[in-house]
Design a protein around this ligand. Structure first.
Ligand SMILES: C[S@@+](CC[C@H](N)C(=O)[O-])C[C@H]1O[C@@H](n2cnc3c(N)ncnc32)[C@H](O)[C@@H]1O
Length: 491
């Protein structure tokens, strides 16, 4: 923002109370979120970077992200950066709720039994939420009971004292922290005081049980192994496997498709969905999807837009008509390939209505699941003979990686692309990661228009020879100049 254009905020902004997100953890001198938000909105534009070198519990960083800015957050205190990171981290709320309910159901009864007290009004068992102590003696109990609304107070009775005594004699079964606190008499921490000294025995029993159940989530992961989660190898920098980690299943190629391509796919979705869209709108939607370290820089988003879209008079972006036309052609190309397979006397699976029957090849279910996502598969005698991926824009990496689910090196593999996109795709497959796979599996390019001409020629014929069909694919030579640029590009 240019200095001259700034009209400074010259009035007070009344602070609002913190929302529950900010109350997850206590932090000192936390600033009111709405005031911070007003300043961010006033002094920066969407897509710009907000820096807070003393971020504390993260109010500035969180508000910056909430309002479409990027953020750099620094703090001397690792607890501060931990709280900030944990508050920002995206959470699958449905899964979180599911696990929370499971844990709650497991511990609720046991924890409640520690805090039971007798309601003096109805004589039924109620649950205590606080005890007031005078020195070493408990005097008052705060509790809730179904016989009355809200919280109630009562004096400590004999049953309460017995309960406290029982608890004192209980051995804590599960782990709890016993590390020594930093000696600081200013905050009443004396030499030898431990983290556990901050809690009553009763609270320690309850908290250590909750902690134990949370840790037990790993058990849940194990039970769901190969259903919802998978164990994947973790490699060190030299590529040596050093262990395994959990990974959510069905998150397709999150670890294999490059970020740039995923950004491209999201941008295409936006362009397909909306007639025209502003750069800021695209950025906002992308930032919401790619948070933290994954956030791409604005330049790479701009490059994607330039590749696929044109500028309208009012400065917005609209999908190029040619690209839209090619997008619309996708399913008819798939259908042509399905029909041609039939004419060639092979059996066909295609990912379009009416062609989705896939036999159980001698392959693991996991592979079959991925094979179902391939556009067209031709097969004969239980062997997949040809696979086709019809690609207009993005997704080439995913298509090629997906192809490895057909392990046979005899399968002929084609990427069917619009002619005008060849150079772009060629550039992609020249990237080292893909190049290896393209060569290993012998992928070939086939062009939309060449295929359409062939199809038209053979439309009325009942049969088409496989060898004739296989003459269609060509790999046209790129002009020398382009090759040079490409080599330069891939280095
Ligand atoms: C008042 S708190 C910030 C609170 C924050 N504005 C919020 O709303 O949550 C100040 C923070 O500055 C951090 N701090 C102090 N000296 C620092 C230094 N030299 N470098 C980085 N952080 C520092 C402290 O650890 C503390 O978290």
């Amino acid at each position: 923002m240019s200095q001259e254009s700034i009209q400074h905020i010259n009035h007070a902004i009344s602070p609002k109370t913190h929302t529950s997100m900010y109350l997850m953890h206590k932090y000192w001198a936390r600033k009111p979120h709405n005031v911070v938000a007003e300043y961010i909105k006033h002094y920066s534009k969407e897509g710009e970077i907000v820096l807070d070198p003393f971020v504390g519990s993260g109010v500035t960083a969180i508000e910056a992200l909430k309002h479409g800015r990027k953020t750099v957050a620094i703090d001397l205190d690792p607890m501060a950066t931990f709280i900030t990171r944990m508050t920002i981290l995206p959470v699958n709320l449905r899964e979180f709720k599911k696990q929370f309910t499971k844990i709650k159901n497991r511990v609720k009864q046991k924890i409640h039994s520690l805090y039971e007290t007798i309601c003096p009004n109805c004589r039924k068992t109620a649950i205590a939420s606080a005890f007031i102590w005078k020195g070493s003696k408990p005097t008052l109990v705060r509790y809730t009971c179904s016989c009355s609304k809200g919280t109630q107070w009562k004096e400590v009775d004999d049953a309460d004292l017995r309960k406290i005594k029982d608890v004192e004699e209980t051995v804590i079964r599960f782990w709890y922290p016993t590390n020594e606190l930093v000696w600081n008499t200013r905050v009443n921490v004396h030499k030898g005081d431990k983290v556990s000294d901050l809690f009553t025995k009763r609270n320690l029993i309850a908290l250590s049980r909750i902690h134990h159940e949370i840790e037990g989530i790993e058990e849940i992961l194990k039970r769901n192994l190969n259903e919802e989660f998978a164990l994947v190898d973790v490699k060190n920098e030299k590529g040596k496997v050093i262990g395994q980690k959990w990974w959510v299943k069905g998150v397709k190629f999150l670890d294999r498709v490059p970020l740039s391509e995923r950004v491209e796919a999201i941008t295409m979705n936006i362009l397909n969905r909306e007639i025209k869209v502003s750069f800021d709108d695209v950025l906002r939607q992308i930032y919401l999807k790619f948070t933290n370290a994954l956030t791409p820089d604005t330049q790479s988003v701009k490059e994607v837009l330039e590749e696929y879209a044109g500028k309208t008079r009012d400065g917005k972006w609209r999908l190029k008509p040619k690209i839209r036309q090619r997008e619309n052609e996708h399913d008819s190309i798939v259908e042509m390939l399905a029909n041609l397979g039939k004419k060639a006397g092979v059996r066909v699976y295609a990912d379009i209505e009416g062609w989705r029957r896939l036999p159980k090849f001698d392959l693991p279910d996991e592979n079959l699941e991925r094979i179902r996502e391939i556009d067209v598969v031709w097969y004969d005698d239980g062997e997949i003979t040809h696979e086709f991926e019809v690609e207009n824009t993005t997704g080439i990496t995913e298509a090629i990686v997906r192809g490895s689910n057909i392990p046979s090196t005899k399968t002929k593999r084609y990427i069917v692309v619009p002619e005008e996109r060849y150079e772009f795709f060629y550039r992609k497959i020249s990237e080292p990661m893909l190049k290896e796979k393209v060569e290993e599996y012998g992928w070939q390019f086939m062009f939309y228009d060449a295929l359409k001409i062939f199809y038209e020629k053979n439309r009325r014929k009942k049969e088409v020879g496989l060898s004739e069909f296989e003459k269609i694919p060509q790999k046209p030579r790129l002009p020398k100049k382009t090759f040079e640029t490409l080599e330069h590009f891939t280095k």
